[in-house]
Design a protein around this ligand. Sequence first.
Ligand SMILES: C[S@@+](CC[C@H](N)C(=O)[O-])C[C@H]1O[C@@H](n2cnc3c(N)ncnc32)[C@H](O)[C@@H]1O
Length: 497
Amino acid sequence: MASLSFLSSSASHFSLSAELKPLTNFKPFSSIATGRRGKHLSLLTGSPNAGNTSADGSNASAAIDKLWEWLCDKGVVSSASVVRPALVPEGVGLVAQRNLSRNEVLLEVPKKLWITPDTVAASKIGSLCAQLKPWVSMALFLLYERGRGDSPWRCYLDILPRFTNSTIFWSEEELSELQGTQLLRTNLSAKDYVLTEFLKVEEEVILPHNHLFSSSISFDDFLWAFGIIRSRTFSQLRGENLSLIPLADLVNHSSSIITEDSSWQIKGTGIFSRELVFSLRTPISVKAGEQVFIQYDLQKSNAELALDYGFIESSSDRFTYTLTLEISESDPFFGDKLDIAESHGLGQNAYFDIILGRALPPSLLPYLRLVALGGTDAFLLESIFRNSVWGHLELPVSRANEELICRVVRDACKVALSSFQTNVEEDDHLLEQGVLDPRLAIAVGVRLGEKKVLQQIDNIFGEREKELDELEYYQERRLKQLGLVGEQGDIIFWESK
Ligand SMILES: C[S@@+](CC[C@H](N)C(=O)[O-])C[C@H]1O[C@@H](n2cnc3c(N)ncnc32)[C@H](O)[C@@H]1O
């Protein structure tokens, strides 16, 4: 992911430099592209490379029917169930079998049917996976089970898509539409991360135990498993709690559902509530025959939605640009600045998500002023100011400091904007033209959003630059506090009579 980075250098002449640098804040749970486009409804039949596309929908429908039978056998669903899986525009989804009221329970999946790190531990490959990260062990488990002819998970594996429109599955050509975006960098670091994990697990587990895996496992296979886990796990079920919940993971996302309340819960049932079930509810009322949707995660930006699930939204709240600021180690005041930043919950590097149409994050300006602080303003870094310095940084410190942060931010925005191939008008025009390929629509939406946020940041600091002469700075505020400035801003002198 690209980000704006402001490195303070020689504070004595207030020089800051702006550069684009990779952002390393891809959150794992938090190249090789498959080269397949568009059609998302491709279901697995044994291996992603041998999957049937569901262009005619018949193979997909057969796989859905088998899943249903399997779930009936397990006692999870019955003819009385209120939802059933079906083919929908988003792939497979859950369709209401009768009118449903808000908060009605849709399904309950017992823990024995979840795929979790515990499921892996109890399997034949469990002992090999003990030291692995939860998601890596689950990825390996999916691939191990996929390779077994008699897998007890076959009916579930067969409804998993071969790919989604997540950017991790895009071809180089498709990715070129993201040129200049932070998403492109994040996607790269995500794939690098998966590759690193793959090479490690290949060397430590897969190759030494080749006989356990019926076919060789490639990076493409591992990436598929990563994409499946990433797109199908519920937001709060991460780390050790990472779980794939068959049937519940068929529910699709809708932007029109904006409730903050979670649509699911894990609760105890049976005698003494000992058996855990995953219970999914509908956040809104739904008519018989309509698809049930939930809100996946209100906090995710469009770049995160594109990377995790392969779709974006049009809401401006989803468009963000992450500013990365850094206190340079070569700054003569590095230690003091770091100390001040850390005592306010920030560090040597600080990331600020700027959201389209929203005010700047409150700690951005103080941090920027801190990074830029130097010269005659450096006295604020002295230890006697340690308890009050942040308060001073929340307001303009000096004209030079304020001018410097405006200039650096605006220069960095211009550099970032110049790295896109298209401008806002061209992207708007493309979107107005109508139906785009789904991946191109994601690319255009994301790059347009990032550019709009960059323009917004540039405008904010541009306006600030115009006000530099009117702003009140530290010295003036201090004189006022001491009663040394008159009503008109004139300095009061005491002359001896
Ligand atoms: C948890 S799965 C839901 C089941 C999935 N539709 C399937 O066919 O298996 C999440 C995936 O469904 C698709 N999806 C869910 N909501 C969507 C939406 N609003 N628009 C487009 N695709 C969506 C995306 O491919 C996403 O990665």
